[in-house]
Design a protein around this ligand. Structure first.
Ligand code: NAD
Length: 459
């Protein structure tokens, strides 16, 4: 099938490469000319395991082509997926400007039946806005070109994406489910048939498609992310109570995770969730509810707990050093919002760096994928923080001469350090572990002051 994907980011590029791998002819459009130039040479601009190989292979085979030309993208496609960003707007709603810009460009050049698929995470009702925007652009064009000519048909489908960064290729190739929202009319039925065809290779093991109306599909994505964020904040709330009670949240996690109704996933206590999805999607869901005269009381609390969690963690460090970090050197392991990605959007590490520097500390940072302050922070912060933050080539170098080690991301490479060497390198054997990587009793035995999240030893 001929597929166009608009947006060559984490979702768009992975979708494009995976659809191409299955034999489709994929044209991937991005407005960022530099990104497209690099992709044409099979240079992948993001870190995602397995993706460079897929891009190189399918690009080489001519099944995956990159362009900035939106007209070519529209002309190529039987199905066009919109996978552009939907960043948070100032009022915590989702900014769908990029999605509507793509819709406008589609209307400007559409000449035959097209299935337009919203793969970006978009608030309920966006498919209607995409439809209106395309229609408006088509009318504008018709007035300019050939008034009276019958406009081509199109339909807008919702197909939210559930992949996880760090395992995106695997998730895309073996999805738990594929949610499709179609309209209840002839065009919607035609779209459903095409979507079934596109996703047929993913169904060989079992049926994974869940077909529903468009609004329910749009809401499903927010419900999924809000529920996962709820599990995380619930556990962090519980961890803080465990601290106060002298219980160990890791023991509690195992105790409840063994219940199949609860499960082990997403119940780790830590620094809270970050990344490009949960924070903005949880905020946007609360915003949508308020717009419709409802309140998501649970989800609002989830946000508040998450915001407080990283502040609380830094307060612990501050308390340990008697309220000031002036002249202290802090080693920081992990900057990406989670392991196996280079994505730092809304990463807790950003707050930790800003706050520790504000308290007077100098940071020696290490991350396997984030290797400069420019990668971590917006430009205005880089200028301010630059001379307080150094980057180390490896974790041990970061620890060298530091007054404490702070762990913010649970990269595998941090899980089994040479503890005696680490102890020798640190100026003080102090670890604040925001990801609960180690056993507090072991750490005590090894001679460290060790502070995890929700793991204070019994009073
Ligand atoms: P991203 O920022 O990595 O990529 C978006 C790309 O779209 C960029 O390369 C940008 O240049 C391009 N773009 C923007 N406007 C364009 C236009 N008018 N024409 C052509 N290209 C344009 O974003 P992402 O992380 O891939 O997320 C995309 C969407 O998918 C968002 O709605 C996000 O919430 C959702 N999502 C993301 C993830 C994830 O793990 N990142 C998972 C599920 C869903």
């Amino acid at each position: 099938m001929k597929i166009t994907i608009v947006g060559a980011g984490y979702v768009g590029l992975v979708s494009a490469a995976c659809f191409a791998e299955l034999g489709n002819h994929v044209l991937c459009v991005d407005r960022d000319a530099g990104r497209v130039e690099r992709l044409k040479q099979a240079q992948v601009p993001i870190f995602e395991p397995g993706l460079p190989e897929l891009v190189a292979k399918n690009n080489g085979a001519g099944r995956l082509v990159f362009t900035t030309d939106m007209k070519a993208g529209v002309a190529h496609a039987d199905i066009l997926f919109i996978a552009v960003g939907t960043p948070p707007a100032g009022d915590s709603s989702a900014d769908i400007g990029q999605v509507l810009a793509v819709a406008d460009a589609i209307g400007e050049s559409l000449s035959r039946f097209l299935v337009v698929v919203d793969k970006s995470t978009v608030p309920v009702g966006t498919a209607d806005k995409v439809r209106e925007t395309i229609s408006r652009a088509m009318k504008r064009r018709a007035r300019r070109e050939k008034p009276g000519r019958r406009p081509p048909e199109f339909t807008v489908v919702s197909n939210p994406e559930f992949l996880k960064e760090g395992a995106a290729v695997e998730d895309f190739m073996r999805p738990d489910r594929v949610v499709i929202g179609v309209s209840d009319d002839a065009a919607g039925r035609k779209a459903e048939a095409l979507m079934r065809q596109v996703y047929a290779p993913f169904n060989r093991n079992r049926e994974r498609l869940i077909v529903m109306d468009v609004r329910s599909a749009e809401l499903t994505k927010y419900a999924a992310n809000a529920l996962l964020a709820t599990k995380i904040s619930f556990m962090n709330d519980m961890a803080n109570l465990a601290d106060a009670l002298g219980a160990d949240i890791e023991k509690v996690r195992q105790g409840i995770g063994s219940d199949r109704r609860i499960g082990y996933d997403f119940i780790y206590a830590g620094l809270g969730y970050g990344g490009s999805c949960f924070p903005k999607d949880v905020a946007a869901l609360c915003h949508t509810a308020r717009e419709h005269g409802e309140r998501m009381r649970v989800v609002e609390a989830v946000r508040a707990v998450n915001d407080a969690q990283k502040r609380r963690f830094v307060e612990r460090i501050e308390d340990y050093f008697g309220g000031s970090l002036q002249g202290k050197v802090i080693a920081l392991w992990g900057l990406a919002f989670k392991p196996a990605t280079d994505d730092v959007r809304e990463a807790p590490s950003r707050y930790i760096v800003r706050r520790l520097v504000a308290l007077g500390a100098r940071i020696q940072a290490h991350d396997p994928q984030v290797r400069s302050l420019e990668q971590l922070m917006p430009a205005e912060n880089v200028a301010r923080l630059g001379r307080h933050v150094d980057f180390a080539a490896d974790p041990m170098q970061a620890a060298c001469g530091a007054d404490a080690l702070v762990i913010a991301t649970e990269w595998k490479v941090y899980r089994s350090p040479d503890f005696p060497a680490l102890r020798r390198l640190l100026r003080q054997p102090v670890i604040f572990d925001g990801r609960n990587l180690f056993d507090p009793a072991d750490m005590k035995r090894l001679g460290f002051f060790y502070q995890g999240v929700g793991r204070r030893s019994a009073p």
